[in-house]
Design a protein around this ligand. Sequence first.
Ligand code: NAD
Length: 353
Amino acid sequence: MRAFDYQGSSAKILFGAGARTRVAETVAALDCKRALVLSTPQQADDAGVIVALLADRAAGLFTHAAMHTPVEITERALQAMRDTGADCTVAFGGGSTTGLGKAVAYHLDTPQVVIPTTYAGSEVTPILGQTQAHRKETVRTASVLPEAVIYDPELTLGLPVPMTMTSGLNGMAHAAEALYARDRNPVSSLMAAEGLKALADALPRIAEAPHNLSARSGALYGAWLCGTVLGAVDMSLHHKLCHVLGGSFDLPHAETHAIVLPHAVAFNSSSAASELRPITEIFGGSAPGVALHDFAVGLGVPTALKDIGLQEEDLDRAADIATANPYWNPREVTRADIRALLAAAWRGDPPTH
Ligand code: NAD
């Protein structure tokens, strides 16, 4: 057996239909008295329900969370923490709102509860991505790992189907790269395979019946596992490419992951053949990139970067940025290979292996 290091997460996980009703007890268990509830403007009404559930443990509601955690919004949230006398946050929403809670914790070291409503997985990682003047920086520190996460699948019933599919594939991307991570361990590999299996089972069922609570529960369970491995082991080529495309070309986060994943896995498939075997076992076929592509096509998600805003003339610059600094990947990364991978993903060509 390979040697490995293992570090369990200290986060408390509460999972189940209706678990949102435990938000006040969760805040109290953290020895906190007044929580500032965070959301995007789009989810303000549903976040109001969380404020009501918190009752006298609610300090207020801040509804200005935005994609990529702009520092200007964080400064406003920090002011709201001071104005309301809040001693913790409850982030209600997807990765953008979770990011704001993490940014507040980064500055104030305040405890965080997260109630995720997408499958992005940020709630169980010690990673904060934030933007200032259109530059995205990533910080990895235990102080931004949320103390408690409440997974309530009832809160995901209304997540629109297209977002459900791309967000689920975003989660799957964490697990796919965890399978071949250099610092993987037996537990991260088990969680990654189980997370992929849960999402492989749930997403087609949700596409057919978006309000199927059992399928929604399975997807959220998979998202928890996939997010946990993102927080536990190092990511490589796929996440690097998505970071470049989101950070430098402003492409939408979940759709970018959904499109790039089959290509990145196909690229690595010859160098990580045995590590990627769970993918063909779960999705069928003999080639993991092809299997993931076919699964994504079946879900009706976009498959070409040209359809989500990348221009053909951006390909050279994207390849330059993605190969400017060396990083570990199971297969050696060259500029020519990455240019070819990005071009195939831009056109929407199916991978061949
Ligand atoms: P998001 O949080 O930006 O949400 C997209 C939109 O969907 C928002 O308007 C949101 O309010 C809405 N929405 C969310 N849940 C909904 C629901 N159940 N019903 C209806 N509308 C809903 O999208 P995301 O993909 O979850 O998060 C993307 C962000 O998270 C990116 O900034 C990305 O970098 C970050 N992220 C960070 C990590 C990490 O570990 N640091 C991991 C994954 C993603």
